[in-house]
Design a binder for this molecule. Structure first.
Ligand code: LLP
Length: 429
């Protein structure tokens, strides 16, 4: 059990989130000022942190034919999507909803790849009409359905098959996706037959191959293993007469939540590109689908301490953010560092269970945290840029938080706190 921030290594989000003159800041902005202006819970993102993370990938892939498709499931806020689109990114989408939001953010349709095990015919039609770059197909029946939908629409669907390389990403079981027992992708052994079927279907054009082995991966080894398996397969499929085109290795690179030290994109891709070159695939177009590693440590969630409830067994620190806003701890037992907005003194620290107001014992944000807190204090939950706001809900009829994007000395409200009236808006009663 991790009791407090690890003493070694940089804290999550540094240097874009740091204490300046005793105040926790996003870039040059005091977070306590933002909390006072916009209320809590409040998500705050650093534009420089996002562009810095993206820059790592862009440098790593410079000089190659490569496309970075931001996995927008990590954080689908329009302002963040616009930043990504303006920086030249494509998007990895998972639903018709994500398609509409990506297009609204100015996405280039040809730079969109559509992943997911359960695409509906209506979603396929809309994506074909928009002219997306590639459907990442996940099973053989989907090939038939997509071909039929494309023919009806008078179009040809560009496709890649998501292959399950049966590689252990050594991460949390809920976010490990490349093993045989997972619902994702086509089994490695069936891939050749599936490609032959795809090549014979009139509504499809094979443009690539893809895999995604999991999320929050903190080592290079599983990627190298997956790459080797994918290259083996490409060689077999191409030898059988089906040209493959691009290789999409998915996303999954981890971030520092609690002292993890994943490779930087430059380090990871340095190794992967060297392997591609060594195996004679240096010219192959590369697509990647990073999500968490672009935005995870570019965001924090600000919250206010509502009540302190010391107890015989545990002390509860009740805050105004809950599992509906920040579901990762409840869902994955995930660790998010929690720090005060005013620099901590060493006095009066106690061990707290930091919990939200929702009516579930699973509604916790942090276990056994050493904090000196009083009601009314403001805290920041770190590493909250990915899979927090995007996985939020209205559980307990709690409106969704507001979001602010910081750029240097300025801050912009990019999503209003959800008005209470919206909780009733679509209900007919
Ligand atoms: N591509 C595909 C096909 C994916 O399924 C995912 C994530 C990504 C790319 C992006 O992976 P990333 O770079 O963000 O690791 N809610 C969980 C994470 C679920 C990931 C789902 N797929 C969490 O909060 O940890």
């Amino acid at each position: 059990m991790i009791l407090s921030l690890p003493s070694t290594g940089a804290p999550p989000g540094a240097p874009f989130f740091s204490y300046r003159q005793g105040q926790f800041c996003a870039e040059e902005m005091r977070l306590s000022d933002l909390a006072a202006e916009h209320g809590t819970p409040l998500f705050v993102y650093s534009q420089a942190a996002i562009l810095h993370a993206l820059g790592g990938y862009q440098r790593a892939l410079a000089g190659r034919e490569a496309l970075i498709c931001y996995a927008m499931k990590a954080n689908a806020s329009l302002a963040i999507l616009k930043l990504m689109a303006q920086a030249g990114c494509g998007f990895d989408i998972l639903s018709g909803g994500e398609l509409e939001v990506a297009l609204a953010a100015g996405a280039t349709p040809a730079k969109i790849v559509f992943s997911g095990v359960g695409k509906t015919r209506a979603e396929m039609r809309r994506a074909l009409e928009a002219g997306i770059g590639c459907f990442n197909v996940e099973n053989e029946t989907e090939l038939d359905v997509l071909s039929a939908v494309a023919q009806e629409a008078g179009r040809i669907a560009p496709i890649s098959l998501r292959v399950n390389p049966n590689v252990d990403a050594r991460t949390h079981p809920y976010i490990s996706t490349g093993l045989k027992g997972n619902k994702f992708g086509i089994a490695h052994e069936r891939a050749l037959a599936a490609y032959q079927r795809a090549a014979a279907l009139p509504g499809l054009r094979v443009t690539g191959i893809d895999c995604h082995i999991g999320s929050q991966i903190t080592e290079a080894a599983p990627y190298l293993e997956a790459l080797d398996r994918m290259l083996d397969l490409i060689e077999v499929i191409e030898a059988a007469g089906v040209p493959i085109g691009h290789l999409d290795l998915g996303g999954g690179l981890g971030i520092n939540y609690a002292g993890e030290t994943p490779p930087r994109p430059e380090q990871l891709w340095g190794q992967l590109l060297a392997r591609l070159d060594a195996r004679g695939h240096g010219q192959r177009k590369i697509i990647i689908e990073p999500g968490r590693s672009l935005v995870g440590n570019a965001g924090v969630c600000l919250t206010e301490v509502l009540y302190l409830k010391p107890g015989e067994q545990k002390n509860f620190c009740i805050v105004d953010v809950a599992m509906n806003d920040l579901p990762r701890p409840a869902l994955y037992q995930a660790y998010h560092a929690i720090v005060p907005l005013a620099a901590p003194g060493q006095d009066n620290e106690q061990t707290w269970e930091v919990v939200g107001p929702v009516c579930e014992s699973g509604d916790w944000i942090g276990h056994e945290r050493r904090l000196a807190v009083r009601p009314g204090d403001k805290l920041a939950v770190l590493s909250a840029g990915a899979y927090c706001m995007s996985m939020g809900s209205n559980y307990n009829c709690r409106p969704r938080p507001a979001e602010v994007l910081v750029n240097g000395t300025s801050a912009r409200l990019v999503r209003q706190r959800e008005p209470l009236a919206d909780l009733l808006r679509h209900q007919i009663g």
